[in-house]
Ligand binder design. Structure first.
Ligand code: ZN
Ligand code: ZN
Length: 579
């Protein structure tokens, strides 16, 4: 082909910004007899399949005109399909091409796997995996990393780990895929271990790697590990990336060190994004620093960053955790007049706020004033508030709504049964319990984590799997004895009738957060703060017991539950029993 013609073609390709241009280009290629000239035709297909002017059905039309499509032609359409809103089409396209194995190359498999990852189809990925082995592409690091990523994203971490372990050669992307796969797949311990191993093997983690490691530390509340990752970030100047800074702030805040989070926030060398502000407001919210969160919301606007729905939600949440009822209601009213309109979550937050303050009627009126249909969460808050304030009529009404909406949550039934129990309507209690059995309502298993000497220990209710369980239980017996002497009595009626989110009966003494605290007491020196992460909300009894422990053992105990932080010190909690 002459260079003159190539030049013409190149400029035509460059000007191709719409389907009309693509069609003109195709006509030009056909009239000049160059349609069967591979590189131009493939380029045309790529334009059709993956450029901003992409039109996949037109790409398929062009493809059908090709007598003997090359691997690149197949791949161009496959790549487009894998990125399209219907990624499953990529899988059927792959099946067609794999009927002629000589046409399949490593890229073909890689695009097909990307389609699997987006369509979340695990079985297809295993089939492609066996073909990768058969075709001998398993030395292709990029392809094998894609495979690993697909397994991780479709939730099969064991398969991902196996692929990773068997890789003949790894690159940084392989490590990153495995670390973030473990972190996102709720195996944070292993993610941290792999991050360490990566450094030991002489790799230099990049911004993607540290994001995975930070996410793992946040999940575990692993401050020591998080500090190590943060130190590395500073040394490698990865903190020039705002996304990394946001993750560091989030990590410190989730570990309960809001001051450290704020110091990172204040000393950032890159420009703060909307997410930076939102993360910091949420950090204050979770820590119960209501006014600081509200101040930051004001400051953010002064800084020229417009608050979005998330910023308002975080601020409302802050009012909620700090019991700032008037401020929360005012903020909500302000929001109704702003560009950001309240959504279900904002309504949920304000209903919760009013309900917990005992303003049940106002909470109910707010639900009724909503422009959208209230969801389960709103009725649950109203039910919770009705239980706290003993409003049987409202509780019955809210549970009726919940049953109509098909809610099958254990908590809802328990709350209603508690309302009846408080009024000593045992017949109704029995009725609710029977309904729970017929509806097969399951309890969520509670568990807690605690970090001791850079190692994470996990406890489940009534757990005897920890290597030191005998010592832990002995410590629990000692605690029981000492808190009794202090004046604590387990509320037996509570045990009988208020089962809360999890089973209380015999296991009440051995709730996971109590076991974690007991282990903290025996394995750290006097005066060391004990930090615990709980997957559910802390229950009333544990809250009372840990307050007393903080006093008689003179320890600061920090519990992060599903909703917020509780800092127990000298017999009181930072939540002021409002949670
Ligand atoms: Zn408990
Ligand atoms: Zn508390």
């Amino acid at each position: 082909m002459t260079s003159q013609f190539q030049f013409q073609l190149d400029s035509l390709f460059q000007r191709c910004h719409s389907l009309i241009h693509i069609k003109q280009l195709q006509a030009h290629l056909i009239t000049t007899g160059k349609f069967h000239f591979h590189p131009s035709r493939t380029k045309l297909l790529e334009l059709c399949a993956i450029s901003p002017a992409a039109d996949l059905s037109f790409a398929a039309q062009i493809f059908r005109r090709i007598q003997n499509p090359s691997t690149n032609d197949w791949n161009a359409v496959l790549r487009g399909l894998a990125m399209s809103p219907q990624p499953t089409q990529a899988i059927s396209w792959y099946r067609s091409v794999s009927r002629s194995p000589q046409k399949v190359d490593a890229l073909t498999c890689s695009f097909a796997l990307k389609g699997c990852a987006r369509a979340l189809t695990f079985s297809e990925a295993t089939q492609i995996h066996s073909q990768v082995l058969r075709f001998g592409f398993d030395a292709d690091t990029l392809l094998v990393t894609t495979l690993l990523d697909v397994y991780a994203k479709t939730g099969d971490l064991d398969a991902a780990q196996k692929v990773f372990d068997e890789m003949p050669k790894r690159d940084i992307a392989s490590w990153n895929a495995m670390i973030s796969g473990l972190a996102q797949g709720s195996r944070p311990n292993e993610a941290i271990a792999l991050f360490k191993r990566m450094k030991e093997e002489g790799w230099r983690p990049n911004d993607v790697t540290v994001l995975g490691a930070l996410s793992a530390c946040s999940q575990l509340g692993a401050l020591k590990q998080g500090e190590i990752v943060h130190g590395y970030i500073v040394d490698e100047k990865l903190d020039m990336n705002v996304i990394v800074c946001n993750a560091v702030i989030d990590m410190y805040s989730k570990c309960g060190f809001v001051d450290k989070a704020y110091s990172v926030f204040q000393n950032m060398s890159c420009t703060k994004s909307l997410i930076t502000w939102n993360t910091m407001i949420m950090a204050f919210a979770m820590n119960g620093d209501g006014y600081k969160a509200l101040d930051l919301l004001d400051q953010m606007a002064l800084d020229g960053v417009h608050p979005d729905a998330v910023s308002y939600l975080a601020a409302l949440c802050a009012c909620n955790h700090a019991g700032l009822v008037e401020e929360g209601v005012r903020l909500f009213d302000l929001m109704k007049g702003s560009v950001v309109k309240p959504n279900m979550k904002h309504y949920g937050s304000v209903v919760d706020l009013l309900g917990r303050a005992g303003r049940i009627k106002e909470a109910y009126d707010t639900i009724n004033s909503m422009p959208m249909l209230p969801d389960v969460v709103l009725w649950q808050s109203l039910l919770g508030a009705s239980k706290t304030y003993g409003n049987v009529e409202m509780a019955e009404m809210a549970s009726r709504k919940l049953v109509e909406m098909g809610s099958n949550s254990c908590g809802d039934f328990v709350l209603l049964s508690n309302v009846y129990a408080a009024r000593q309507r045992w017949h109704d209690v029995k009725r609710v319990r029977e309904a729970m059995i017929t509806k097969d309502v399951r309890k969520v298993p509670g568990f807690s984590y605690t970090e001791i000497d850079c190692k994470i220990h996990k406890f489940i209710n009534g757990d005897q799997s920890h290597p030191n369980w005998k010592e832990i239980y002995a410590k629990m017996d000692e605690i029981k004895f000492r808190i009794k002497a202090y004046g604590y009595t387990a509320k037996t009626d509570l045990v009988l009738h208020d089962i809360g989110e999890e089973d209380k009966d015999n296991a009440l003494n051995y709730h996971s957060e109590k076991l974690a605290v007991a282990y903290g007491l025996i394995s750290t020196v006097n005066g060391t703060p004990i930090q615990v992460i709980k997957n559910l909300r802390i229950c009333g009894d544990c809250h009372t017991v840990i307050k007393i422990i903080s006093n008689i053992y003179n320890r600061e105990i920090i519990v992060r539950d599903r909703a917020r932080f509780h800092r127990f010190k000298g017999g009181v909690c930072s939540c002021r029993d409002y949670w």
